[in-house]
Design a binder for this molecule. Structure first.
Ligand SMILES: Nc1ncnc2c1ncn2[C@@H]1O[C@H](COP(=O)(O)OP(=O)(O)OP(=O)(O)O)[C@@H](O)[C@H]1O
Ligand SMILES: [Mg+2]
Length: 231
């Protein structure tokens, strides 16, 4: 089986000279299709950095990253942007909503850039908002919503597209535990539908216990742990 993501000896440093900081060192990672994967680690351990590398938003200092078997270092900027638009959904730590667009316009924007046919937009927007429990807020602007509601709009924008890969940076950080579990249920169903792989970061031990594949970033390295999920 071709892995969705393969990292082969990936290292990442920022800066140079005496300001150089090494964040990731010789990381190997192999993620199979249709898995729900969690990434944890202290603040500053490099979780967002790792997601940015996988999502072709940043480039490694050394090593190679393969997305569905394709080495992305060989991509030019146009191909990288095409990869992000068509295959990857991002749920950013800071939500990344467009402030002057309503909730539904934000989701529509995501569908548009992913080249989803216009005739499907309405249904996909309704369905995605229903899943995150925000069906009644489609005409509101981000500033009219709470932090957790904005976070759920960011989630619905990503899931509306049903991309091959979702990269979710602390998608439940702003949510109460009940709403957080509900989002995990949405993620699990998406993965079970065999269309999507989700890599998410989390600090929350209760959320992490619900996830089968957990990776911990520590001292620039990554350690895998398999959770026994009891349903
Ligand atoms: N563009 C950059 N230039 C210099 N240093 C950077 C840059 N981006 C990230 N870093 C550094 O890399 C380290 C890892 O940052 P990263 O955002 O990946 O951590 P994180 O694990 O996501 O933390 P958190 O849990 O707080 O979100 C931090 O020390 C940060 O200061
Ligand atoms: Mg982070």
């Amino acid at each position: 089986m071709v892995p969705v993501v393969k990292m082969d000896s990936v290292s990442k440093s920022f800066g140079s000279g005496n300001k150089k900081v090494d964040i990731l060192n010789d990381i190997h990672l192999y993620i199979e299709p249709n898995q729900l994967v969690a990434l944890r680690g202290r603040s500053g351990s490099g979780k967002t950095t790792l997601l940015n590398l996988i999502g072709a938003l940043d480039q490694p200092t050394a090593g190679e990253i393969y997305i569905e078997g394709q080495p992305i270092s060989e991509y030019n900027e146009k191909q990288r942007s095409e990869l992000r638009r068509t295959k990857i959904g991002f749920i950013f730590q800071s939500y990344g909503l467009v402030p002057f667009m309503t909730v539904e316009e934000n989701i529509e924007f995501g569908l548009r850039i992913a080249s989803i046919p216009r005739r499907d937009w309405k249904v996909k927007i309704e369905e995605a908002l229903e899943l995150v429990g925000l069906a009644k807020r489609s005409k509101h602007y981000p500033y009219e919503l709470s932090g957790g509601e904005q976070q759920r709009v960011a989630i619905s924008r990503a899931i509306a597209v049903r991309p091959m890969l979702i990269l979710a940076d602390e998608p439940t950080a702003e949510l109460d535990s009940k709403t957080g579990f509900r989002m995990m249920d949405v993620f699990q169903k998406l993965v079970d539908s065999q269309t999507t792989t989700i890599i998410m970061t989390s600090h929350d031990p209760v959320i992490l216990e619900m996830i089968e594949h957990v990776y911990t970033l520590e001292a620039q390295n990554i350690v895998y742990e398999k959770n026994e999920i009891i349903i």
